[in-house]
Ligand binder design. Structure first.
Ligand SMILES: [Zn+2]
Length: 409
């Protein structure tokens, strides 16, 4: 008979308590477990801080270079090489002073350094970092789509928007002064009667039907608010050719995807200032419409349209939320049908500055079915997709018929 230490029991009897380890072995086993967890956790924390710092710095670099190599180099340099260099320098300085090498914490030094670097970015340069994370925090995912990339992008957009807190340039804020209001205010020149066109309420009997108060609208209708799906579709993404400097690597707008033929709406009341029905002449823009708002202070552009409303011409007036055409594929070489939407602030006739419309789209109204003044769209042209005539929104006052019924073409 062997006892638990492998020795023969001289009495020949089995010790029933011999399967229990002695207390010191039990404690040692737990210490080993705790130590292994600590080592593992330490490396997880260090790896996480290096990764987050790498993503933040590579996203900042992605605003100035389209090269994957340079973007990666910026991330690795900030997350790994810089702490290594600083640690080496500190170590040699302290060794020279004290005559012995100090302990700087090894892996914890990396974690601490990266946390300080990230806090500096977030607290000192929150707006720039937030914009970089919102627009390009997913640059390394390319155009991949799936459950995990979608979750990651959603989280990164939320972090970016929080840090950025939507800081419009002052001149844009002045031009889009009612853009940030979630509810449209009544224009001051309208009589302060019980407003009969408030959404959800029918016009009161005996009251005149007043025009809808001015408001900003998303260019595509719901039910889901369409936003750019990845960094290649956002403002500042890489595009060929010489582009205005504010557009970073070239993309002076955002790309919003919906099926071919989806209605495209004017974002604000305005006037048509550019219109191209010939997709060949339009080149890479295809068919497009530009609207001018706020007495020429703001321009909105709707590019790659499939159809443009037949009654629109240069100088035509449109209301905010009114349909002006349909989403298309004109001018697009290698992509699915989408709307390229641009927004610019016009400083003077020759000076225009494009701004990123994405943060505004988060809270602009989703247009309801009010495709155009007058009755539903006219007869479809054979072989051309026509948007379905959706029922009008409840309580939406019909606009006065100021233009003939539109024909889509
Ligand atoms: Zn585009």
């Amino acid at each position: 008979m062997l006892d638990n230490l492998g020795r023969q029991d001289p009495t020949g009897q089995v010790d029933m308590g011999s399967t229990e380890p002695p207390p010191d072995t039990f404690i040692r086993r737990w210490i080993a477990r705790i130590f292994a967890t600590y080592v593992m956790l330490r490396w997880v924390i260090v790896a996480a801080t290096v990764l987050v710092a790498g993503i933040a710095f590579s996203s900042l670099a992605a605003g100035v270079t389209a090269s994957v190599g340079w973007r990666l180099a910026a991330g690795v340099a900030a997350g790994l090489v810089l702490p290594l260099l600083v640690r080496w320098r500190l170590r040699s300085m302290v060794t020279r002073r004290l005559g012995r090498a100090p302990s700087l914490g090894g892996a914890w030094f990396f974690a601490g350094f990266n946390v300080v670097a990230l806090l500096t970015l977030c607290l000192g340069f929150g707006d720039v970092t937030g914009t970089a994370l919102r627009r390009r925090g997913d640059w390394f995912l390319g155009e991949t789509d799936g459950y995990l990339p979608r979750r990651y992008r959603r989280g990164m957009t939320a972090v970016g928007r929080y840090l950025e807190r939507f800081d419009l340039p002052p001149e844009a804020q002045a031009a889009l002064d009612d853009a940030a209001r979630p509810q449209p205010a009544l224009p001051p020149d309208l009589p302060s009667i019980k407003f009969p066109t408030v959404e959800g309420l029918p016009p009161l009997p005996g009251h005149p039907v007043l025009p809808r108060p001015a408001a900003w609208y998303h260019p595509l209708r719901g039910p889901h608010r369409k936003m750019p799906p990845n960094s290649a579709c956002r403002f500042g993404a890489r595009r060929p050719g010489n582009r205005p400097p504010e557009c970073e690597l070239g993309h002076c707008g955002i790309d919003l995807f919906l099926p071919l033929g989806a209605p495209v709406h004017a974002v604000y009341s305005g006037t048509v200032v550019k219109l191209q029905r010939n997709a060949q002449v339009g080149g890479i823009a295809g068919r497009f419409v530009w609207l001018q708002h706020k007495k020429g202070k703001v321009i909105s552009s709707y590019v790659h349209l499939d159809q443009i409303r037949a009654d629109l011409k240069i100088g035509s007036k449109v209301e905010g939320g009114e349909a002006i055409g349909t989403l298309g594929l004109t001018g697009i070489k290698r992509s699915l049908p989408h709307l390229h939407f641009g927004l610019a602030i016009q400083h003077s006739p020759g000076r225009r500055r494009w701004v990123d419309p994405e943060p505004l789209l988060w809270f602009w109204h989703l247009p309801t079915a009010r495709p155009a003044p007058g009755p539903a769209p006219g007869p479809a042209v054979a072989g051309v997709s026509t948007p379905p005539a959706l029922p009008p929104a409840p309580g939406l006052a019909p606009a006065p018929p100021v233009a003939p019924p539109p024909v889509w073409h």
